[in-house]
Design a protein around this ligand. Structure first.
Ligand code: C2O
Ligand code: CU
Length: 464
């Protein structure tokens, strides 16, 4: 991992467009944003949707005129979207034709341990296996990505990430924008050798950051002057995003990692650390046809701030019978906790060549169980980032949790729903509550800056 920028500097916000433009390895707004294809099942017999995917290397044009080698699901970058329904099981047959081990984790899902895509439960090159997803949990914008121990970071970086959108009747009954007006926007950064298009994993310190949106650099997206539901997902290894419209216009956030928020919340900025998702509704009818509106990132930069991500081009009018209800869902009242724990995230910050990263001062050891949890427990975890410079975030497998406090205060409305990943800036503390009332067995929890988890910032919980 030498040479990877491990400590994204928390730069002052609001880099100017002029500062960012020379960093772009691809022209801005020169290509249309691809819509990520939805995968068709190979069988739907017996009420089970069966899918097949092959993990393989492909070469694609990402930067104009250059070829980039990628590790992909089904040759697609990002991987194809799976659309699932609550209580309708999905089986995915994954065949590994790469020359590295893989493990496919469905991030945010409640799964038996055997289906979770755990770090040591790998698919060897040339092998295949089936994952069964019962989909018993409520709707959520989930995602799948590689998790094979020590290679997950590079595997995800080279393209092994895709979305898994789980819906249910509660969500479908709402008059939110649907179908072509419900659009996945998966954002990640990448570093290219701009001479030959190679994706640089061991990025040199001068490597330029490029934003890819649904796999394309700085695209434009033609929209009608009406409301859209945009499902933002941060598929970056490490980069934290702070998304804003260039005119400082409002976005109505309606969902977070684990589905709809209790109530919509109007905001000018969406914060997404690596792995987090947020759905917003943007009403483009407030702009005249012909408007071009840039989506900016004002978050911290790992290499340099890049302020432009994509552009919305309002090109036509359209009917709109969608609306955002004032109440989106009701979440159950939290039970009295049965246990309380603290978790401390810390990594070496002294600039050594091979920094290590710890949870509770221990490096990840897949042979060790770090905590034991009683089945049916509802636990409060207080998670602290003990670093003074390095940001982290915190992801638990198996559960969608509730954020009780951020730095001792009530969380903002964007954290009022179900979450599986929370950001932790240097010195921050988040208190969360999670119920362990589904499956038993061992699962990991970790920082979702994937280089940090690969450096040790991961641990194991055992339920039962
Ligand atoms: Cu999205 Cu353990 O990861
Ligand atoms: Cu971290």
């Amino acid at each position: 991992l030498t040479g990877v920028s491990l400590l994204p500097a928390l730069n002052a916000r609001g880099a100017t467009a002029a500062a960012a433009t020379p960093a772009a390895a691809a022209p801005l707004f020169a290509v249309a944003m691809p819509l990520v294809p939805v995968l068709a099942p190979v069988s739907t017999a017996g009420g089970v949707d069966v899918y097949e995917m092959t993990m393989r290397t492909v070469t694609k044009e990402i930067l104009p005129g250059l070829r980039t080698e990628l590790r992909t699901y089904n040759g697609q970058f990002p991987g194809p979207t799976i659309k699932a329904r609550r209580n309708r099981p999905v089986v995915v047959r994954q065949r590994n034709e790469l020359d590295v081990h893989t493990s496919v984790h469905l991030h945010g899902a409640a799964l038996p341990p055997s289906e979770d895509g755990a770090p040591m439960d790998v698919i060897a090159p040339g092998a295949e296996r089936r994952y069964t997803y019962p989909n018993r949990q409520p709707h959520a914008s989930l995602w799948y990505h590689d998790h094979a121990h020590h290679v997950e970071s590079e595997n995800v970086y080279r393209g092994l990430h895709g979305s898994y959108l789980l819906t249910d009747e509660e969500e479908e009954a709402l008059p939110l924008p649907k179908d072509e007006y419900d659009v996945l926007i998966a954002i990640r950064d990448a570093h290219f050798d701009t001479a030959d298009g190679t994706l640089l994993y061991q990025m040199g310190d001068r490597a330029r950051t490029t934003f890819l949106v649904n796999g394309a650099p700085y695209p434009y997206f033609e929209v009608a002057s009406r409301s859209y539901r945009l499902r933002f997902a941060n598929h970056s290894n490490q980069r934290f995003l702070e998304l804003r419209l260039a005119d400082d216009g409002d976005m109505v956030q309606i969902a977070s990692d684990g589905g709809l928020l209790p109530r919509p919340h109007t905001t000018k900025a969406i914060h997404l650390s690596s792995g987090e998702r947020a759905d917003v509704v943007i009403d483009f009818s407030r702009y005249p046809v012909g408007t071009r509106l840039v989506l900016e990132n004002t978050g911290p930069g790992a290499v340099e701030d890049v302020s432009q991500v994509m552009r919305f081009d309002v090109v036509r009018t359209a009917e709109d019978d969608s609306s955002v209800p004032r109440v989106l869902r009701s979440l159950p009242r939290l039970p009295a906790p049965t246990a309380e724990r603290t978790v401390v995230l810390r990594m070496d910050e002294d600039g050594r060549a091979h920094p290590r990263a710890y949870i509770d001062e221990k490096l990840y050891d897949p042979a060790r169980v770090d905590i034991r949890i009683r089945p049916g427990a509802s636990e409060i975890w207080t998670v602290t980032n003990a670093n003074t410079k390095a940001p982290h975030n915190f992801h638990m497998h198996l559960v969608q949790f509730r954020v009780l406090q951020r730095n001792g205060a009530a969380p903002g409305p964007e954290e009022s729903g179900l979450k599986d990943t929370v950001r932790l800036l240097p010195g921050e503390t988040v208190t969360l509550q999670a119920a362990f009332d589904t499956y038993r067995g061992t699962y990991v929890y970790h920082c979702h800056m994937l280089d940090h988890s690969a450096m040790g910032m991961m641990a194991t919980m055992k339920i039962g």
